[in-house]
Design a protein around this ligand. Structure first.
Ligand SMILES: [Zn+2]
Length: 62
């Protein structure tokens, strides 16, 4: 998987978060840096978000 914006390889967490933030059916994957730009947030905030989803037992994050 590669980030559609910068071409960097995307981790499972990043791919999962992309689905949460855009929608479940999207075929786009974005890295944390590009997600932060697109959603006007910060990379640490995205890490926290991924962690919160994981703790909630979301199947996109294992
Ligand atoms: Zn990127």
């Amino acid at each position: 998987m590669k980030c559609v914006t910068c071409g960097k390889s995307v981790s499972r967490d990043e791919a999962g978060l992309t689905r949460k933030l855009i929608n479940r059916g999207t075929s786009e994957n974005l890295c944390y840096d590009c997600l932060a730009v697109r959603f006007r947030t910060t990379v640490p905030a995205l890490h926290d978000m991924a962690e919160a989803f994981r703790q909630a037992g979301c199947t996109l994050f294992c």
